[in-house]
Design a binder for this molecule. Structure first.
Ligand SMILES: [Zn+2]
Length: 314
C-alpha cells in the first residue's frame, strides 16, 4: 500500500454579483484549477509526483487574488483538460492500493463539491487528515495549525524552486511533514468528511462585541481596537493605519485577515443603561476584495489619517 498526499488549487468567483456566481454559485463556490499530489511508499519516501492544471468552465477568469498567490496565469489554463478528465488522469496515476491524505478539510470539501457539481464518477479512495494527526502530536488537536507552522516545527526549509500555493509543491511539503511524524501510520485514525461549502451570508460576515472602556482614548488604544478579530475566522487582524474619526463618537479602521482579506472595523462609543462608557466594535468583511480596491482603500485611509492628524495639530 502507498500514500497519496493531495493538494488542490481553485479559482473563486470575481464577485458575488457576477453572472457566473449567480448562475452556479449555490452549487459551486470554488472551481478547481489544479490537482497536485505526491506518492509516498510504505517507508515514507516520496517516490513520484503528479500535477495537473484544469480549465475552469464557470469561473473562467482567474481572480486576481488567486493569480497572485498561485502564480497560475490565464494562459496556463487555456489548453488544460476539463475537470472530469483531470480527475480521471489523477485516479490512473494513483494506482490501485493506496490511501489518500491531505492537510485539513478545505481541499476535500472543494474536491467533493466539484465532483458532485461536474457529476464526475471516478472513484477515489478515502481521505485522511494529516493536520489532525500533527495537532494530536503537539498536544493541541483543537487549534488547526497551518502547514508552514508544521514545517517550522520539524525545521523543514522551503525550497527556493518550490514556492507555496502550487498544489504539487504544497503536497510535497505536506508529505515531508507527514514523513517526519513520529507515528505517521496513525493518520488512519483521522478520516475526513467534506464540509458543505457555502458563501457566507451577511450575518456570518459580521461580528459585533460590546466592551466596557474608561474613555474613548483608552478604547482606541485597547487591544480590542488594535487587533480586532476577523469576522469570518476570528483570527486577530492588524489595523495597519489606525482609526479615522468618522463622526463624534464613531471611528473606523481597515483590518486585514491573511485568509479572508479586507474587513471594515467600526468603533461606536456610547453609554450603557447604567451610564457606563462602552465601545461597540463591529467588523465586517468587505464584499470587494480585488487587489486594486484593497490598495486604494489603504491609500485613502493613509490620506484620511494624515488629514485628521493635521486638524488635530492646528
Ligand atoms: Zn479570517
Amino acid at each position: 500500500m502507498h500514500y497519496i498526499v493531495l493538494d488542490l488549487e481553485w479559482n473563486q468567483p470575481m464577485s458575488y454579483n457576477s453572472p457566473a456566481y449567480k448562475s452556479v454559485g449555490g452549487k459551486l463556490l470554488f472551481e478547481m484549477i489544479q490537482i497536485g499530489a505526491v506518492k509516498v511508499d510504505e517507508k515514507f519516501n516520496i517516490i513520484d509526483s503528479f500535477s495537473q492544471l484544469i480549465r475552469p468552465e464557470h469561473y473562467i477568469k482567474l481572480h486576481p487574488r488567486i493569480m497572485r498567490i498561485t502564480h497560475i496565469t490565464q494562459d496556463d489554463l487555456a489548453d488544460a483538460p476539463g475537470f472530469c478528465e483531470a480527475v480521471s488522469a489523477f485516479a490512473d496515476w494513483c494506482g490501485e492500493d493506496y490511501v489518500m491524505l491531505t492537510w485539513g478539510c478545505d481541499d476535500i470539501s472543494v474536491l467533493n463539491q466539484n465532483m458532485t457539481f461536474f457529476k464526475c464518477e471516478t472513484p477515489l479512495a478515502k481521505i485522511y487528515d494529516i493536520q489532525r494527526l500533527f495537532g494530536e502530536m503537539i498536544g493541541n488537536s483543537k487549534e488547526r495549525k497551518g502547514l508552514k507552522a508544521a514545517m517550522e516545527h520539524f525545521e523543514i526549509e522551503p525550497d527556493e524552486d518550490k514556492p507555496f500555493h502550487n498544489a504539487v509543491h504544497d503536497a510535497y511539503y505536506t508529505a515531508l511533514v507527514f514523513s517526519r511524524l513520529p507515528e505517521p501510520r496513525k493518520v488512519l485514525d483521522y478520516p475526513l468528511t467534506p464540509k458543505k461549502l457555502q458563501h457566507l451570508d451577511r450575518g456570518k460576515r459580521e461580528c459585533t462585541a460590546i466592551l466596557r472602556v474608561r474613555s474613548i482614548k483608552d478604547g482606541l488604544s485597547s487591544s480590542a481596537a488594535m487587533t480586532p478579530p476577523c469576522p469570518v475566522c476570528g483570527k486577530r487582524m492588524e489595523v495597519a493605519e489606525g482609526y479615522v474619526r468618522q463622526r463624534d463618537e464613531m471611528y473606523m479602521a481597515l483590518g486585514d485577515c491573511p485568509q479572508h482579506g479586507l474587513a471594515f472595523v467600526k468603533l461606536q462609543f456610547g453609554k450603557n443603561d447604567e451610564g457606563k462608557r462602552i465601545m461597540t466594535r463591529s467588523a465586517s468583511l468587505s464584499d470587494e476584495q480585488s487587489k486594486a480596491y484593497v490598495n486604494t482603500k489603504h491609500l485613502q485611509w493613509q490620506q484620511k489619517l494624515a488629514a485628521q492628524q493635521e486638524t488635530e495639530n492646528q
